[in-house]
Design a protein around this ligand. Structure first.
Ligand code: M6R
Length: 606
């Protein structure tokens, strides 16, 4: 992962670098650093921990310079500490890197033989020594070309040179990199978001390209060193709200924003007057698609899994779902009539991007469902459906999950109508039920007190299971993922009907089990499975929807009821108590909710 920034200017740059690094902390936050060139010297300040710590260290060190690079790290090679933090520097060169150099061990051995001394355990340091070595006999551009040829793996790089105090080199393979243009200064960043407070004029490097940034001009080159022209794009200076307001954590705010997320999405995609779907310019006809492949990672994968149930229910298409890191290495049978759908909040997840790239190279129909419309995945997809959630800052994906599910549901209805798989009456009914979803989400958020009281018991537990069938199965997986990543509790999501094939052996007296049993077609079966775990001592938290029929509640430990809606929209509502359960459990344990240990918001390594 990791975030990189570089600025060349006629003003001091450290404050701007720190501001950009703060925006990049969604990519990693275990260590950070800055290097500048000042009066012919390369200087660096690095630390273990977050940008706040770096800022304090910088104020003590009085680091100056009108050119500099900065980095936030998510450790791959070497533990998070100040030595392994980037930038990595030799006497003459300083480098920040996002990605993984796969042949670093071999390169390191060769460089040690040549007399190079390594300080860190990182793969990045080989880049520093390689450049230093090539610069002995070559000019800067030739040295860069030679270094890039030697490196295997993925990278975005920012490099400064003691003897060239007016320029920064940027290079990318696999990992994204943007260039920003300002008045008498230019910028390098992992994304345009990091640069938005300074400029809205952006160019993106294509895979294999590198660039040379000076404060008054930028040159781009392809992998052979041939100059390339770049379009300058004007991205929106979005004025989005990036602060927590009165909330303690971004996650709490983002969970509460979900009714708005749904409202925005419905307004964007549904024509209320005609009760129809506003997805214009969809590039393929209904009869050009006979199957769907949905691909994502983590929470996005769960929304893909959810969509499989809807597509199978509402269309006659064959539907498959895959985890991006599996799909990309599978021996896939690419088919012209398959629509490949990539789901990603950030639009930068390395495995999802690689899976998309693979499909594009095989000339497949590709469509993405993303939150960040300027992201790499959005830019490379043939058709893009934004989820209109606004920035999601908390590492745990919450409002984006609901947004992804909603867009996939709407796309499913659209394709179903195009293919004439759904009759008009049913179509109109489905559209109509979407109009009340935002309100129902808001009402369900009011289960807060109940969840808080349940959480005092959850905060103490060692492990838990989340069970569901049909539509509730992907939500069980999502509930378990949330509890793992936020409260650091071992949690398994499982299809309720599979318990007796093994996992039932885990159930013992007092084990907390969350059973998702909304009143849908699977309800009775799930309740039977619930009785099986209760009979073996489980302490069951039942999540269901309000109904006139009393649920069989003997021996249930606790029950949370969400609002009522159509069966296929209930997953939106039962997700909410699970998000809150994870939130309050983590809060009670005193963990860092927006930045859980070992994780990052955007996973840009494979
Ligand atoms: O940005 P993406 O949606 O592609 O991210 C995918 C996963 O890394 C992400 O959903 C992750 O699982 C979340 N931290 C879960 O809350």
């Amino acid at each position: 992962m990791c975030g990189i920034v570089g600025i060349t200017s006629n003003k001091q740059v450290t404050t701007s670098i720190i501001n950009s690094l703060r925006k990049l902390e969604y990519r990693g936050y275990d260590s950070a650093g800055v290097a500048t060139i000042n009066e012919g010297h390369l200087n660096e300040v690095k630390c273990e921990g977050r940008v706040d710590v770096l800022e304090k260290n910088l104020s003590k060190s009085n680091l100056k310079g009108t050119i500099g690079i900065g980095h936030v790290r998510w450790a791959t090679h070497g533990i998070p500490n100040s030595v392994n933090a980037h930038p990595h520097s030799s006497e003459s060169v300083s480098v920040v890197h996002n990605g993984i150099i796969e042949n670093s061990t071999l390169l390191k051995k060769l460089l040690i033989k040549k007399g190079h001394k390594f300080k860190s355990q990182t793969d990045t340091e080989v880049i520093v020594h390689l450049i230093t070595e090539y610069l002995k006999k070559n000019d800067l551009k030739k040295s860069i070309l030679k270094v890039l040829k030697k490196l295997h793996g993925s990278f975005a790089l920012g490099i400064i040179f003691k003897d060239q105090p007016d320029l920064i080199v940027g290079a990318r393979r696999g990992s994204p990199l943007a260039v920003g243009y300002g008045p008498n200064e230019n910028y390098l960043g992992s994304d345009s978001y990091a640069l938005k407070s300074m400029t809205n004029k952006i160019s993106y490097l294509n895979d294999g390209e590198f660039c040379i940034l000076k404060k008054d001009n930028v040159e781009f080159f392809d992998k052979k060193g041939k100059k390339v022209n770049k379009k300058v794009l004007e991205v929106s200076l979005d004025g989005q709200n990036y602060d927590k307001g009165d909330y303690k954590h971004f996650m709490a705010k983002e969970v509460e924003e979900q009714p708005t997320t749904i409202k925005n999405c419905v307004n964007e995609y549904i024509d209320k007057v005609n009760s129809d779907i506003n997805i214009f310019n969809f590039p393929w006809k209904g009869n050009e698609i006979s199957s769907i492949m949905l691909i994502g990672c983590g929470t996005a994968y769960h929304s893909c899994l959810m969509a499989k149930y809807w597509f199978e229910q509402l269309t006659t298409l064959n539907v498959n779902v895959d985890i991006a890191s599996e799909f990309r290495y599978r021996n896939n049978r690419f088919k012209k009539d398959t629509l490949y759908i990539f789901v990603s909040q950030s639009g930068e997840t390395a495995d999802t991007f690689a899976a998309l790239d693979l499909c594009n190279k095989n000339k497949m129909k590709t469509c993405s469902v993303v939150n960040v419309v300027e992201s790499s995945i959005a830019r490379e997809s043939k058709f893009v459906l934004p989820i209109h959630c606004g920035p999601e800052i908390g590492v745990a994906s919450t409002k984006a999950f609901l947004g992804q599910m909603l867009v996939l549901y709407i796309l499913c209805l659209k394709i179903s109508k195009m293919r004439k798989d759904i009759d008009k009456k049913k179509y109109l009914e489905k559209i109509k039920s979407l109009f009340s979803l935002s309100k129902l989400t808001k009402q369900t958020l009011e289960t807060d007190n109940k969840v808080q009281s349940v959480c005092s018991s959850f905060a103490e537990i060692k492990g838990s299971m989340f069970l569901g069938r049909g539509y509730s199965y992907p939500i069980a997986l999502e509930g378990a993922l949330k509890l793992k990543e936020l409260a650091y509790v071992h949690a398994e999501g499982y299809p309720a009907g599979e318990m007796k094939h093994g996992p039932l052996a885990l159930i013992e007296e007092g084990m907390p089990v969350v059973v998702l049993a909304p009143r849908d077609e699977y309800y009775k079966k799930t309740i039977s499975n619930m009785q099986e775990v209760i009979a073996r001592g489980a302490k069951v938290l039942l999540i269901t929807n309000k109904s006139k029929d009393e649920v069989y509640s003997e021996n249930i430990w606790e029950k949370i009821e969400v609002e009522n809606t159509s069966e296929d929209l209930l997953p939106f509502l039962i997700t909410i108590p699970l998000q809150k359960l994870a939130y309050y459990s983590a809060l009670k344990r005193g963990y860092d909710i927006d930045k859980p240990r070992n994780l990052a918001k955007s996973v840009t390594v494979e």
